[in-house]
Design a protein around this ligand. Sequence first.
Ligand code: MRU
Length: 366
Amino acid sequence: MTVEEFFDQVITVRMREDRSSLDIIDQTLLPGTIKRINLNTKEEIWEAIKKLRVRGAPAIGAAAAYGIALLASGIAGDQYDAFYSRFKELKDYLASSRPTAVNLFWALNRMEAAVTANKERDVTAIKELLFEEADKIREEDIQISRGIGEIGFGLLKELKKEGREIGILTHCNAGTLATAKYGTATAPMYIALEKGWPGTAMHVYCDETRPLLQGARLTSFELYNAGITTTLQCDNMASILMKSGKIDIIFVGCDRVARNGDAANKIGTSGVAILAKHYGIPFYVCAPTSTIDMDTLTGDQIPIEMRSPDEVTEMWYKERMAPEGINVYNPAFDVTDHSLITGIITEKGMCHAPYDKAFESLGIGR
Ligand code: MRU
C-alpha cells in the first residue's frame, strides 16, 4: 500500500456526499479495527469528540465545522434571527465537548463569522455556504500540514548530512489521524517520503502516551504502515532513550499555544521537553497558526481537561489495576514552558523566542 492509499483509508473526518451525516474513522477502535461511523445528531457529534473517536486539535476543529454545518442544515424555518439564535445554541453545545484544543473554538467561531457576514442572504444560501466553509477549513488544513512539514523536513535534511539514520521522538499522535492529512509532528517525515527518502532513513520512536495510548495505537500504527522505521516505547523509557544518543530531534504537536510560546499538548509532553533540555536535544512544537491563541497570554491561562479515572485504572486492562476507591489524577494535557522549546514550527514559518514578537511578525492574531 502506498502512503497515499493509506491516507485515503484513514481519512479522519468528511461529510458524506449526500450531506446526510458526518463520516469519521472511529479512532477508539484503532489499530485493530478500521471502521467508519456516521454521526447525525448533535449528541452523536458531541460524544464522538468527547470520547476521542475523533481527536487531535485540527481534526476536532474540522469535525466541529462539519458538525455545525450539518446541524445548521436541519434548522427549521427561513427567518434569519431564529436561525442564528438556534445556530448559536448548537455552537455552544459542541464547544462544550472538550476545553483545551483551541481549534474547536477557532473553527466554530469561523463558522459563526460565515453566518453573520452573510446575514443579508437567505437562510438556504447560508446553510449552503456553511458546508463550503467547512470544506475550506479541511482543505486549508492539508496545506497547513504541508507547510509545517516542509519546514520540519529542512531540519531533517540538515541532520541527514551526518550520514546516519535520523532518530526522531514524538509523543501522542499529531499525525494524519489528528488532521486532514500529513499531521503536524509527523508531517516532516511524510514530506521526506514524498521527496523520495526511504522510510529507513528515519527512525521514529513513539512514546506510548498513557493513559489513552495515542502513541501506541495511532502514531506507531500510522508510521509503521507508511514504511518508516518505527519503535514504540513506554513513556518512562524516553529518558534512557535520549541518554543513549538515539534521538537527534523531537517533534510534538500542540492543542493551544499561548502568546508567550507556552504550549499545551498531550500529558507527558512537558516531561519530554525537560528531558530534551537535559540531554541537549532540539525540541520542536509543530503548530498550525489556528492553534496559536494570542488572547491567552501564558500557559497558566490554558484550561486543562481532566478526564475520567477509569482511563487510568481500568481501560485497556483485562481487570482493574488499582484498588477500588483510589484517588486518581488524570489531566489530559500539560503545558511546556516556552523556555524549553527550541522552535515553534507554523505553516507560515519557524518561530523562535521571544515568541510573541515572532508570532506578530508572521501576522498571527491579526
Ligand atoms: O487528547 P487528544 O488525543 O486529542 O490529544 C491530541 C494531542 O495532544 C495532539 O498532540 C495535538 O492535538 C496536536 S494534533 C496535530
